[in-house]
Design a binder for this molecule. Structure first.
Ligand code: AMP
Ligand code: ZN
Length: 467
């Protein structure tokens, strides 16, 4: 299939927008860090997956095939920074008095439902960490054989000083790569060393035998092992939030590149964070919202998706309910305008359509500039009403935006009661039109508009709506 090579993507590794290329012509091999399934993903987490989804849909729009993998962290992510504390899934399971896998299943199911409601296409392979323990043990063995690991009383650690390019990803992206430096060194040799395998006590439920003793894998090893199992090295794109740059992704690179002697991945794609009311989301402030919370407040997931797309993925997004209200209004206006285009009878000039298509393509291919792409959508909606515009937006633009525009346009219009006198004016106008009495028809149209209603002609009559 033909694919468009003119796509620019910001690469965290090189700190610049680059022309996107793939290892295998026409195919994008991609890995995404998935959720840690000990809680319901909040809308900040979901922003990360919507950003990844826009990337994927832009690649598809350009004709690429996608081979993608996402992990589910159901073991190994510890409560404390720097490999300290208990496993997050295990802690929640203990509090709830259930098996960790029950917790993992519950939150994986919620996650899968949430991504579906946000029109996020799931990865082809979605792999729980607990399904790849052998691959992780084998990878740690490889690293051990290369002399890059050491043992402490609580686990097997990667010696970051053996990997000379350790700071390549984080350099210039965040102020100072502090990695593990924030936490006490303990038995670690260097602040940036990290656990590959952690020994666990008898009370831990999720544990496995290993050449080093009973334990569980470190968090970073799962992404290296899973990506190496399903993708070649190097693969094309790795995605995740910016918080992963200095530690998690830096450590993934150290592991994979040490083990294989090859570059892990060519493009590192990171979405910026979402804030709430200008600050951090936190349970104590009561501002950690899930998608269900947003739905319970009367919004549609597409209002949230549209809100996300109004900001580029590399910009911090400040979530407020006023902004979500505005996105809902924007969504309703788009749908209202699409309905008018769909039922109109005029054609749009082919050149106008081609220019709009090109402007949209240029916007998304310029490092996924969704705000500009949405501006092009609005520009299209302002054209004289025509089903060609409806088709351009729903069959072309919405392949990337995926805002359920056809479904929403087809959904029953909210019942607005049109007063009898307005309907009477519209009927008189219809009669005038049938009699080719254009001046009366125009006069009646003006009266309808002046009364605050919109009249649109359709092949079998007209539609009336409130302005
Ligand atoms: P976690 O489940 O904590 O591993 O996070 C899942 C994904 O959400 C990761 O890619 C994080 O980088 C991302 N993430 C976490 N918090 C936010 C936030 N406030 N805004 C955007 N992305 C986030
Ligand atoms: Zn990861």
């Amino acid at each position: 299939m033909r694919y468009n090579k003119d796509m620019k993507l910001y690469n965290t590794l090189t700190k610049q927008k680059e022309e996107f290329t793939t290892v295998k012509p026409g195919v994008v091999q991609m890995y995404s860090c998935g959720p840690t399934v000990y809680y319901t993903a909040h809308i900040g987490n979901l922003r990360a997956y919507v950003c990844g989804d826009i990337l994927k849909k832009t690649l598809r729009y350009n004709g690429y095939q996608i081979e993608d993998v996402m992990n589910i962290t159901d073991v190994g992510h510890l409560v404390g920074d720097g490999d300290t504390g208990e496993d997050k899934v295990e802690t929640t399971a203990r509090k709830m008095g259930v098996h960790p896998l029950e917790i993992a299943k519950k939150y994986t199911d919620i996650f899968m439902q949430d991504i579906q409601r946000l029109n996020i296409t799931p990865a082809k392979h979605i792999i729980p960490a607990t399904h790849c323990i052998n691959e992780m043990i084998n990878l740690v063995r490889t690293l051990e054989a290369k002399g890059c690991t050491y043992r402490t009383s609580d686990g097997i650690y990667f010696d970051a000083s053996t990997f000379p390019t350790y700071f390549n990803l984080s350099k210039g992206n965040l102020e100072g790569n502090i990695g593990g430096a924030r936490v006490a060194l303990g038995e670690k040799r260097n602040a940036n060393d990290f656990a590959l395998w952690k020994f666990v006590g008898p009370n831990t439920i999720q544990k496995w035998d290993s050449p080093w003793g009973v334990g569980c894998p470190g968090w970073h090893i799962e992404c290296s092992a899973i990506s190496m199992k399903y993708l070649p090295v190097p693969f094309d794109i790795h995605t995740g939030g910016v918080d992963h740059i200095p530690i998690h992704h830096t450590n993934e690179i150290a592991q994979t590149e040490t083990a294989t002697g090859k570059k892990m991945c060519n493009f590192w794609f990171h979405n910026e964070f979402m804030k709430i009311d200008g600050g951090k989301m936190s349970k104590s402030l009561g501002n950690v919202y899930s998608l269900q919370d947003i739905i319970d407040k009367g919004y549609n997931p597409m209002h949230l998706r549209l809100l996300f797309l109004q900001t580029t993925y590399r910009t911090v997004l400040n979530f407020t309910f006023q902004a979500l209200d505005a996105a809902r209004e924007n969504y309703r206006n788009i749908i209202g305008a699409l309905r008018r285009h769909r039922t109109a009878i005029n054609q749009t000039d082919k050149k106008v359509l081609a220019d709009l298509h090109q402007a949209f393509t240029d916007a998304i291919n310029n490092d996924l500039n969704t705000p500009v792409a949405l501006a092009v959508l609005h520009q299209a909606l302002k054209q004289p009403e025509s089903p060609d515009i409806y088709d351009l937006i729903t069959k072309d633009f919405d392949r990337v935006l995926d805002l359920s525009l056809v479904t929403a346009t087809n959904a029953e219009e909210p019942a607005t009661t049109i007063p009898a006198e307005i309907t009477a004016l519209a009927e008189q106008r219809l009669t005038a039109k049938k009699n080719r009495d254009w001046s009366t028809a125009d006069k009646l149209r003006a009266e309808i508009i002046a009364a605050g209603y919109q009249i649109n002609d359709t092949p079998d009559g007209y539609t009336l709506s409130k302005n």
